[in-house]
Design a binder for this molecule. Sequence first.
Ligand SMILES: [Zn+2]
Length: 479
Amino acid sequence: MRKFQVYDSLAREVREFAPLVPPRVGIFVCGLTPYAPAHVGHGRGFVVFDMVARALRRWGYRVLYVQTVTNVDDKVIARAAEEGADPLALSDRYFREYLECAEALGIRSTNYYAYATDHVPDIIAQVQALVDRGFGYVASDGSVYFSVARFPGYGRLSGQKVAALQPGARVERDERKQAPEDFVLWKAARPGEPSWESPWGPGRPGWHIEDTAITGRIFGPRYDLHGGGLDLIFPHHEAEIAQAESATGEAPLVNYWMHWGLLNMGGEKMSKSIGNVSSLEGAIETHGAAVLRFYYLNAHYRSSIEFDPQSSLREAGEAYATLARPADRLFDLLHADGPERAGADLPSARADAAEALVEQLDQTLAQDFNSREAIALLFGWSRRLAEDLGSLERLSGPALEQLASPYRWGQDVLGLFERAADGRGGVGGAVVAVLLQARQRARARGDFAEADRIRQELRAAGVVLEDDATGTRWSAVRD
Ligand SMILES: [Zn+2]
């Protein structure tokens, strides 16, 4: 197992990572509340943690990566009421849409998407434990609250003082609470809302409790790594610590807290409630998933990013094209002639440089997942290769593979330089892949006219499709 370091938000410093039970690593990330289409801001953290999980697996850790799906909450219910839809069907639909985007983005390291409503018995058991141990109390309407005053460590993660949590702009006065800073564990059902039977009457889970009930079920009382957006530290993650450690009596709940920076638009966090959103699906369709993934990873995960819908992805697309051009050339040659291709060997200095670069890429990422620096190293490699792309023709298969090894690393860990199924890739390949997915969706819903239209458009652009039992293959027509 390669050693690596990570910035821990609770310790407020970069720490050497040590798993609780090596080589296993439990990772939990707060996932979507699917009440509207996912936006570009959502994609960032999920791509970042996809990279984290890929890197850890490459480095010899055995990762179990769990993400929540908050499929019932106030926002889901309100939106469903507006649309006249069933809340759970609505969140299901938006989550499935998100999964298509995730698939396009190459996010495939999550082992389990845990729907809150699939864990109601776990949630009720944890609320009951809190009531039994005197940390939770039942209000007159059958809601259950957590008594923050009973947990002295409250505020340690966020640096918030409980005294500051008086009713006002941030904390609403609520007659059911014993103290304004108390938070809800179980919400009594209101008429027409989805609800589950519980010892306190029909109700539904509070937001914070679902995460700790799910991690308790999967990892036990303590686990390795918790990720989430910077905006979730307070109150969400603070509440997670308080309720889990109170319910189990074991601490710390989490050994390392990782928080990614926010993606802002117009100087404010991209957020449906503010209205400054750019849809994830739209960004993928317009610019390609590879460009979006590159855009996210070309910043350190802890820095905030200012997203400009007019220019950010266009500029990222130009940069990515430069970065990927030599990789495309290498992979095209390898694809055309195979690894047995005859040709010249690589000068040993060049081969050594490729090997050294791969090691340097791992080391760079092992420093708090500095993907920006890793991409800068790959740019250096691309610049050197781009000086004489023509000379690649003369090289043998093994020599081409050696030159491609830093890009193989980029595929493996960053999820960049991906090739479509037939070995064609690059920016053009990414666009074709997106269109193929759109065509597949059209066929799945029975819209064969649309599927045919996409086929014609690709044909006009010089791409021929071939459907068979295993899926769709494409090839470019050379005039
Ligand atoms: Zn969460």
